[in-house]
Design a protein around this ligand. Structure first.
Ligand SMILES: Cc1cc2nc3c(=O)[nH]c(=O)nc-3n(C[C@H](O)[C@H](O)[C@H](O)COP(=O)(O)O)c2cc1C
Length: 163
């Protein structure tokens, strides 16, 4: 079974989450590919899709939303899981749900949407981004929950095996 793990990532933190999910699925015996949404030209090669995005100012990145729009029919025909990577310095809360995700869940028929804490490395950010983070008093650091990410990927593997 072939699984596409596609993630929109501006500074790489969410891409590394996608790589961890992919590695976990590969270790469980699945064929996987990790691609940014813009590099996905067809879903024909995949039996299941895991789609993620980092969250900026409450929104998914456009490329992830556009993937759903570009493959609106094909993506509904496959099992889909969604994840967001964002919250910094606290456990994900109900209000960390990106505003676009309800529509993405509806459009894809996704089985689940997970929010994982993210990473901020200020040395990678542009000035405008630093200003926003300073304004909302977000701390710098890597809060990504690797054990939880790994466990979620194993849950997906189990669900895919059950069909
Ligand atoms: C300017 C800016 C705005 C952000 N806004 C949000 C937000 O609204 N909600 C959230 O959960 N995370 C927010 N974040 C945190 C990012 O989503 C987090 O750092 C994520 O891990 C970045 O992933 P990436 O490196 O793959 O882009 C913001 C980060 C920056 C720099």
């Amino acid at each position: 079974m072939r699984v596409l793990v596609s993630v929109a990532s501006r500074h790489g933190a969410s891409f590394e989450i996608a790589e961890e999910i992919s590695a976990t699925l590969a270790a469980a015996g699945f064929q996987t590919a990790v691609l940014p949404p813009d590099a996905v030209t067809t879903l024909d090669d995949y039996d299941a899709v895991i789609l993620g995005s980092s969250v900026y100012v409450g929104h998914w990145m456009d490329a992830a939303v556009h993937l759903v729009e570009r493959f609106s029919k094909e993506i509904r025909e496959r099992p889909v899981w969604l994840f967001s990577s964002g919250p910094i310095g606290h456990e994900p809360r109900a209000d960390d749900e990106p505003v676009d995700v309800a529509d993405v869940v509806a459009a894809t028929g996704a089985r689940e949407h997970k929010v994982f804490a993210g990473q901020v490395d200020r040395s990678r950010l542009g000035l405008g981004e630093k200003v926003i983070l300073t304004a909302v008093r977000a701390p710098e650091g890597d809060f990504r929950p690797w054990d939880e990410i790994h466990a979620w990927a194993n849950e997906i593997a189990a669900a895919l095996r059950q069909g």
